[in-house]
Design a protein. Structure first.
Length: 144
């Protein structure tokens, strides 16, 4: 059976916390912690899909995507109906002033966490790598 390729998009959402440090939003999918993300719809570009998925999964509609950041995550998984799938997810970085997420029924929880706690909470290495890239981008583009 051939490998099926799918594309998705998501947002590494953050806010500036009380300590003036970024706090990153993670969603609890029940079995793992990850970012809001999902499939591109017909005719939709990656950034539009990422923002739509973020709004659907968290209720956030006030996120500003940070220009210049795009990080791809690629992984393989097996679907019972579709077989082997190679998924590529375009991750964007977005800043929000939101205090708490209104999670969809896809999730059991959501939390804004400082970098170190978010890094530990994330389940998969490729998600941790994306968080590290986002933090490095924020630090290198912040005024001194």
């Amino acid at each position: 059976m051939p490998v099926r390729h799918e594309r998705s998009a998501g947002v590494i959402a953050y806010r500036v916390g009380d300590a003036r440090e970024p706090e990153f939003l993670l969603l609890d999918y029940g079995k793992h912690w990850d970012y809001p993300k999902g499939h591109l719809e017909q005719g939709e570009d990656e950034a539009a899909a990422a923002l739509r998925e973020l709004a659907e999964e968290t209720g956030f509609d006030d996120v500003d995507l940070i220009e210049g950041f795009r990080h791809e995550i690629t992984y393989m998984f097996r679907d019972k109906r579709k077989g082997l799938i190679r998924k590529t997810v375009a991750m964007f970085l977005g800043q929000t002033n939101a205090k708490r997420a209104k999670i969809s029924d896809e999730h059991v929880g959501a939390e804004f966490l400082p970098y170190e706690q978010a890094y530990e909470r994330l389940t998969y290495k490729n998600a941790k790598d994306a968080l590290a890239a986002a933090r490095q981008f924020i630090e290198s583009h912040s005024p001194a």
